[in-house]
Design a binder for this molecule. Structure first.
Ligand SMILES: Cc1cc2nc3c(=O)[nH]c(=O)nc-3n(C[C@H](O)[C@H](O)[C@H](O)COP(=O)(O)OP(=O)(O)OC[C@H]3O[C@@H](n4cnc5c(N)ncnc54)[C@H](O)[C@@H]3O)c2cc1C
Length: 453
């Protein structure tokens, strides 16, 4: 039986980067996916990606149709659509992807680096011996043959369902379940319109707490009179049916008259802080399998690639040093948390704030600039909301009719700061992790209690 250094389960954006990074350093890597090769990359998604993610990873701009449209910024509409925030920054360049071609482009990078692909391979279970993951059982969907595959490290890159993660023993100290209230149920269509819309340079986001609580409707121009239009709603008890809501609120608008559905479907987006720990003996979790999505806008392509890259580098380092133990792989946790996870964690609190607002609150808050474009931009960039005294006073004055809203915003900012400071103390080794985790859970629960209960 062949033995690999690493088996990467799932050839999405996270898995391809993990396979590429490890194979480039000479490791023997097997990348498996349940899809046939030509369908890898296809995903129900908003297809939006900031260019900075490619730059950070040292990836050149793809030129073979992977990028379908260039975007200058985002327009956020208040629930009554009377106020529009335009979020654009000179440093922000965004793209609408052809998701399949982009996935194929990343896949080629992984295989060119030397990773061997086994497609049509459905992961079934991890092989666990003496407290370490040492391989997987997978079934070839074409031949029906069940294979046992061995490796020093297994990477769970199976996306939202975290197929490996769910089957890990509790002693590994990795959370196995993601609560529904931390997940957005989404429905999305790609539509060919009769004619190009006026707006071809901005992604549009429509807030509405009744039809998309905690989420939003998006309309993203893809070029050639095509749009990616979808909706996400947090799966709290009684959440509305996303597809019904998209048809009721959006697809009945004149611009969709006589349009053609090119693709349609539902999927899930985990919108919470990253898993507190993403490694164990012989196992690393990346991308959606580790809940690495921005809790506010639901973007996970960038963080998933980042996590695949960081995980790959850490695996190489661990194997060079000896065994891929939890201790040896821990540096991946720390690096991800320091780079992006801290921001994701604090935005989890901001997500709760948004979820707690009524449509009236949002209309008023946006209209009276109690929340500003700058706040949203800073939140998106992971910066602090630094309100100076005059600015705070102005907002208090403007917000007199909504003191409760303003107080809640201030409380949110305070809790975000406290959580951010706590993330700065993420342990460099597994020692002290349990105390760190207990404090994280406490701070998140405090946010939930104060904002949502
Ligand atoms: C509706 C929607 C809209 C979104 N819009 C955006 C957006 O505009 N921009 C953005 O940045 N992010 C967006 N996201 C999030 C983004 O799609 C994900 O965060 C990102 O794709 C995660 O990549 P991944 O590689 O971790 O997982 P995935 O892309 O889900 O890849 C997982 C791979 O694992 C394979 N797999 C699963 N199970 C098995 C198994 N048992 N055996 C073998 N293989 C398996 C799958 O076939 C797949 O190829 C959106 C998400 C949703 C649901």
């Amino acid at each position: 039986m062949e033995k690999y250094d690493a088996i990467v389960v799932g050839a999405g954006t996270a898995g391809c980067l993990a396979a590429k990074t490890t194979a480039e350093k000479g490791l023997k890597v097997c990348l498996i996916d349940k899809k046939p090769r030509e369908e890898i990359g296809e995903k129900i998604c908003g297809d939006a990606l900031g260019e900075h993610h490619l730059k950070f990873l040292g990836l050149e701009k793809p030129t073979g149709g992977e990028l379908e449209a260039k975007i200058d910024g985002i327009k956020i509409f208040s629930p009554d659509e009377n106020t529009v925030f335009t979020i654009a920054d000179k440093d922000f360049i965004g793209y609408l992807l052809n998701r399949r071609l982009f996935g194929q482009w990343l896949l080629k990078k992984a295989t060119d680096a030397g990773a061997s692909l086994q497609d049509n391979m459905n992961f079934r279970s991890p092989i666990i011996e003496k407290g370490a993951v040492v391989g997987i059982i997978a079934k070839n969907m074409k031949t029906g043959k069940v294979a046992e595959m061995r490796s020093k490290v297994v990477v769970d890159a199976t996306g939202y369902f975290g197929m490996v993660r769910k089957q890990l023993p509790a002693e590994m100290g990795i959370d196995r379940e993601i609560a529904n209230e931390d997940v957005e149920a989404c429905y999305r269509e790609i539509r060919q319109l009769k004619q190009e819309t006026e707006n071809t340079r901005f992604c549009e986001i429509y807030l509405n707490q009744k039809s998309s609580p905690g989420g939003y409707v998006w309309v993203f121009p893809k070029g050639g009179a095509r749009v990616n239009v979808g909706i996400g709603a947090i799966m709290r008890p009684g959440y509305p049916n996303p597809k019904e809501q998209l048809y009721k609120t959006t697809l009945n608008k004149p611009m969709y008259e006589d349009s053609k559905i090119l693709a349609a479907g539902s999927w899930f987006d985990p919108v919470r802080r990253p898993l507190d720990n993403m490694v164990g003996n012989g196992i690393v979790l990346v991308g959606d399998a580790a809940s690495l999505v921005n809790p506010i806008h639901g973007g996970g392509i960038g963080p998933s690639m980042l996590s695949g890259y960081f995980a790959g580098e850490q695996i190489v380092q661990a194997l060079e040093a000896g065994e891929p133990t939890k201790e040896a792989l821990w540096g991946y946790n720390k690096r991800y948390i320091d780079t992006y996870g801290k921001k994701q964690g604090t935005l989890d609190i901001f997500k709760m704030f948004l979820l707690s607002c009524s449509d009236d609150d949002l209309n008023y808050g946006m209209n009276q600039k109690l929340m500003t474009e700058d706040d949203v931009l800073k939140a998106g960039m992971g910066d602090d909301f630094k309100l100076n005294i005059t600015e705070t006073a102005k907002r208090v004055f403007r917000g007199l009719r909504r003191v409760g809203f303003l107080n809640k915003l201030h409380m949110t900012v305070t809790m975000m700061r406290a959580l951010g400071a706590h993330y700065n103390t993420y342990p460099a080794t597994p020692d002290g992790f349990e105390e760190w985790r207990a404090q994280t859970v406490k701070l998140i629960e405090e946010g939930r209690q104060k904002l949502l209960n």
